[in-house]
Unconditional design. Structure first.
Length: 211
């Protein structure tokens, strides 16, 4: 199933502008970054560096992290973390097209202290390097960055069983495996929201006779 950037924008249209969030305590924001690939829209993932004491050590994720006092809100947090982690300035090469469902907890997670994580969705309107001279350059917290076609996640054959280590994470189906990389847990939960919105949008188009 091929996904166009126009379809993705339309599926997320009702999520803009981002709501003003008033969560207190430790919260985080992440950036789901899309680009037009050769055959399908592609989504950027990072593999976090292996570090002692980091509960996300070695995990596949979207760029992001904890909100800092100087951030311009949660959106500013997602933009800053993306710049720090992969060297991509979304203010220059990207456009915010929507948000996904935030993951919230009644109390802070024991392993991270986080109360909530907010996902923002961006589309690149210029390839990294064309607008700012900056390519994807993973920083010290990131082992690698990889683009994965969205159609990959619509194939059940790409999923494999996986046992959760952090019990506070939301329940999700079997994890995705992409060329030896495991995509699971909170990132998979947010990815599922994106895929469900796209599926509902496509179903609505078919129901209205739009092609």
């Amino acid at each position: 199933m091929v996904h166009s950037l126009a379809d993705i924008r339309a599926a997320l249209l009702d999520t803009l502008p981002p709501r003003v969030e008033d969560d207190q305590g430790r919260v985080a924001a992440v950036a789901a970054i899309l680009r037009a690939g050769p055959d399908d829209a592609e989504l950027l993932f990072i593999r976090r560096a292996t570090r002692r004491g980091d509960p996300w050590s070695g995990h596949m994720a979207w760029p992001g992290g904890k909100r800092e006092p100087n951030d311009d809100g949660l959106l500013g947090c997602a933009i800053r973390e993306t710049r720090e982690e992969v060297g991509l300035d979304l203010r220059e090469t990207g456009k915010l097209i929507g948000t996904l469902r935030a993951f919230r907890r009644q109390s802070a997670a024991a392993t991270t202290g986080l109360r909530a994580v907010y996902p923002f969705v961006f589309v690149l309107y210029a390839e990294p390097g064309q607008a700012s001279g900056l390519g994807l350059s993973p920083g010290g917290e990131v082992q690698e960055a990889v683009w994965i076609p969205l159609s990959y996640f619509t194939q059940w054959s790409t999923r494999r069983p996986w046992t959760w280590i952090a019990r506070w994470l939301p329940a999700t189906p079997p994890a995705y495996r992409y060329q030896g990389r495991i995509i699971w847990g909170l990132t998979q939960w947010m990815l599922a929201d994106l895929l469900q919105r796209l599926a509902r949008h496509r179903a609505g188009e078919k129901g209205s006779g739009i092609r």
